[in-house]
Ligand binder design. Structure first.
Ligand SMILES: Cc1cc2nc3c(=O)[nH]c(=O)nc-3n(C[C@H](O)[C@H](O)[C@H](O)COP(=O)(O)OP(=O)(O)OC[C@H]3O[C@@H](n4cnc5c(N)ncnc54)[C@H](O)[C@@H]3O)c2cc1C
Length: 521
């Protein structure tokens, strides 16, 4: 059922000269980033990139009208704050949008989408800016920047949270944990809730509470027509089906409504670090221990060089290690028993497992995943950790191209498995593991070495993979893999895309093509 919110928002047409708001409304964003007001910007016509990758000239009058009609700010190349708004987590991505609209609310998003539509502009949208493919930022087109919209409102009695699309996982964790509640999300607290949710979302609590999308109750979405609609099991159910895994293909989400669960505030969590020479035995024992793991227990395996972590003896810094990252989210007093089998494996160099605040555990990996480095990922869904899969990465670790490169195995299943594979767009519901080869480095001259390292291990492990893939882990050169990633759900996604975005306005993503485009191809 469309909401009538658009009707209440002053939407200038390109030809309107509207009354301009006072200077102070426009010169500082919600995060305090200075940008030029309409009065300060010397307004010229702008040459912007179109949907078809051509160029169009947008008049200064049209841009002034857009600026006057929004609560947020606009940024162009010379403006202070422009570079901060276009830089994202993956340092490989260096794109320059022609115009950035930093949205303050759904009204601004409607205005930005209508402006893009009227001018046939290439559009990208930015939540937390973490996507490996860099799809948040376009070159020359319009960037709809949602990062100023970070509010999280919790109704503790109803166990619901309403979250704006610029919120990070840390924003969501801190607000919900203030009430002893939680949404199951991912493992790095600086990740954006928007992109993570729309791709699926899994982390330490997935086995207990399901994926992030399994806890999505509704979403407010600005469609390609510039209309705000609600999507839920009862309102626009097809759109709701597609949003849960289909990524940013169907519109701009301006609010997520999540179901909350009781948790914590402490979990029983930490790292058990082994010498890499023991990795084969450790991973085999890990595999066996997980066979009987309760749904409250999640353990990811990571292989890499040891960072200079304070709890690791100095002689281990820089040497290859195999790490078991453990989180038990049941009653704290059961933590020691629940984790005992995993912690009894081999002869670890260090074991930090114990009670800790869930909010702190969610931030534990942030220092290793800071923005700015160059990153390239290759990932597989695998059903079981066969001997071959365990053994192949060994050679890759012996051959690591840099100290920040790693291979991790994410542990999914449990509650996530009890959802039918066609219940929503996200297709892979069997208990499974997600293996991600994460090349991470600093020097541009290392690009090809690091990318080839990731591709090499990806290809060597392909025989053990099941063919689906997590779209949120796919780099920009994997567009051809999207159909396989969605397996049996792709055809329905194309039909829904046809209905909500027939001209593929939202194409800066792991793109689902409208059904008519597919038929014409
Ligand atoms: C360090 C790191 C750790 C990660 N860990 C996990 C993890 O544990 N679990 C997990 O599931 N994933 C994880 N991810 C992957 C993460 O889910 C994706 O990178 C996700 O796209 C990030 O969302 P974002 O909002 O930060 O992305 P952005 O780059 O801002 O956006 C990515 C895309 O999402 C879409 N999008 C963003 N906002 C909106 C919106 N409001 N409406 C519609 N579409 C929108 C757009 O297509 C956009 O191009 C991790 C990523 C990183 C970099």
């Amino acid at each position: 059922m469309p909401l009538a919110l658009g009707a209440g928002v002053p939407l200038p047409t390109p030809f309107d000269r509207v009354a301009l708001p006072p200077r102070e409304v426009h010169n500082t964003s919600a995060e305090g980033v200075c940008s030029s007001s309409w009065e300060e910007q010397i307004m010229n016509d702008l040459s912007l990139t179109t949907l078809e990758a051509g160029k169009t000239t947008v008049s200064a009058v049209a841009i002034e009208a857009l600026m006057a009609g929004i609560r947020g700010t606009t940024l162009m190349g010379a403006d202070s704050g422009y570079d901060e708004a276009r830089v994202i987590w993956n340092g490989m991505i260096d794109r320059s949008p022609g115009l950035i609209v930093r949205c303050a609310g759904a009204g601004d998003v409607i205005a930005a989408v209508r402006f893009a539509r009227e001018n046939n502009l290439l559009v990208s949208m930015r939540g937390g800016g973490h996507n490996i493919a860099g799809s948040a930022v376009c070159d020359g087109g319009l960037l709809i920047d949602l990062s100023p919209m970070r509010s999280v409102r919790v109704d503790a009695a109803a166990k619901r949270a309403w979250v704006e699309p610029g919120a990070t996982l840390a924003d969501v964790d801190k607000e919900t944990q203030a009430f002893g509640l939680v949404v199951p999300t991912g493992i790095n607290s600086t990740t954006g809730i928007a992109g993570l949710t729309l791709g699926g979302g899994f982390g330490w609590l997935t086995r207990k509470f399901g994926m992030t999308i399994d806890n999505l109750v509704s979403a407010d979405v600005v469609t390609a027509e510039g209309t705000l609609v609600r999507a839920s099991e009862t309102d626009n159910p097809d759109l709701f089906w597609a949003l849960r895994g289909g990524g940013g293909n169907f519109g701009v989400v301006t609010a997520f409504e999540f179901k909350l669960h009781e948790l914590g505030p402490q979990v029983y969590a930490g790292l058990v670090v082994h010498p890499f020479d023991d990795a084969r035995a450790v991973l085999r024992a890990y595999r066996e221990a997980l066979d009987t793991a309760p749904e409250e227990l999640t353990c990811w395996a990571v292989m890499r060089q040891a960072p200079p972590l304070p709890f690791l003896p100095a002689e281990w810094h820089g040497r290859p290690i195999a790490v078991l990252a453990i989180c038990y989210s049941g009653e704290i007093e059961h933590g020691p028993d629940a984790t005992a089998r995993l912690r009894a494996i081999g002869k670890p160099i260090a074991d930090t497992v114990g009670p800790m605040p869930f909010v702190a555990w969610q931030q534990a990996f942030d220092p290793l995943l800071t923005p700015g480095a160059r990153n390239y990922w290759q990932s597989h869904d695998v059903m079981e950790l066969s001997d071959g899969l365990i053994d192949r990465p060994r050679a890759a670790i012996d051959d690591l191209p840099g100290p920040e490169c790693e291979i991790f195995i994410g542990h999914v299943g449990g509650a996530a498995e009890r959802v039918a594979s066609d219940a929503m767009a996200f297709p892979q519901r069997s208990t499974h593991f997600v293996m991600n080869v994460h090349a991470r480095w600093r020097e541009p001259e290392m690009d090809s070495t690091c990318i080839e390292w990731a591709r090499g291990i990806y290809q060597a492990t392909a025989p053990y993979a099941i063919g689906t893939a997590y779209v949120n882990f796919m780099p920009e050169d994997e567009g051809e893999r999207v159909e396989a990633a969605y397996a049996g759900n792709y055809a329905r996604l194309m039909e829904i895309k046809q209905r909500y975005d027939p001209h593929n306005m939202f194409r800066m993503n792991q793109n689902v093509r409208p059904a008519s485009a597919q038929r014409a191809a």
